[in-house]
Design a protein around this ligand. Sequence first.
Ligand SMILES: Cc1ncc(COP(=O)(O)O)c(C=O)c1O
Length: 419
Amino acid sequence: MSDVELDPEIADILHGEAVRQAETLQLIAAENFVSRAVLTALASPLANKYAEGYPGARHHGGCELVDAAERLAIDRAKRLFAAEHANVQPHSGSSAVLATYAALLRPGDKVLAMGLQYGGHLTHGSPVNFSGRWFDVIGYGVDAESGIVDYEQVRALARAHRPKAVVCGSISYPRHIDYAAFRDIADEAGAYLIADAAHPMGLIAGGAAPSPVPYADVVCATTHKVLRGPRGGMILCGEQFAERVDRAVFPFSQGGAQMNAIAAKAVAFREASTPDFRAYAHQVVANARTLAGGLAAEGLTVTTGGTDTHLLTVDPAPLGVDAATARGRLAAAGLVLDTCALPWADARGLRLGSAAVTTQGMAEKEMARIAALFATAIRSEDAGRRVRDEVRDLAGGFPPYGTPGEGTTSAVPAPGVMV
Ligand SMILES: Cc1ncc(COP(=O)(O)O)c(C=O)c1O
């Protein structure tokens, strides 16, 4: 695109956000930096195309090319995750969960899912979400000591309540999920098994985490996070659920598909099928483990004693601060992350992820440095400014959108410029 004047106020915001992302460290476990190819598809003329329905059966004319994009996305998703059927239209992870429930359940049905206080997502039964309003959701937990899913408790609850669906998946569980155990529990209760793999989906694509596809009736996920695609959702299932899932997405819960996002999903699935992405996914886990080891050595309590994935949760209490204070100090130092539930207390902890910093090219050495900076920033408010300079310096060596002047210039314009 050229000779188009960008809204100057929004241009300033885009520029400011690009600077913020470049000068701080994104340790939010759900975030990543997509490729320029993904950004290009998102900002393409496909953004203007209306396409209600599915390829070959649209309610609008002129869909030949977007049909081809959606078919590519579907084929690539099926191949990448060895799934019989893929729906790539959900606008978000939450939309994917909504459509999955709509495909399998009726309002009032019982659902057994991880309790929110242990790391369940809003769509797993929160009273402020459709899931908690329209379904009778029973929560399972993790062992208070180990932080590991209490599979015996899940089995006992399934036996007692006979839910229509069992949901496995979490926003903050750092270990691999035992999908075979969940399948067994669901079968015993005569329940569907739904895997909400929003977090590990990129690790699954890269062969760094086990896949729920052979076990779950329906797998829903986001295409952002470790998978490094556009913000959006997807659903995978066997042929026997294909029609129900498709109808639950459109026309039941969505209208026109966002064809620019679907093209960007196709791009991301292609990228995720490369050897480079496999190496990336394994490096993400190696980095999270180094980060966990470094934080434990600094005195923080690491939930479950470590991680199998891109994310870890820690309790800052041994350093004498609560999670909200710690997050504030870390933010002031340029370390951006979230608070989260802790298995053993009402007090909250901190959740970190390694996906974005790994995309920037950081490895174990940088993770060790981040762990040290992290602990220094938490221990003392006064250290914040010094740590902030060091964080800026570290981030500056790994620009998220490439180095201007080296052919991979920043994805966003400078304030007020013509693009
Ligand atoms: C397990 C899980 N499910 C669903 C979602 C919802 O995704 P979205 O924010 O795209 O609606 C998330 C997002 O973090 C998630 O972690």
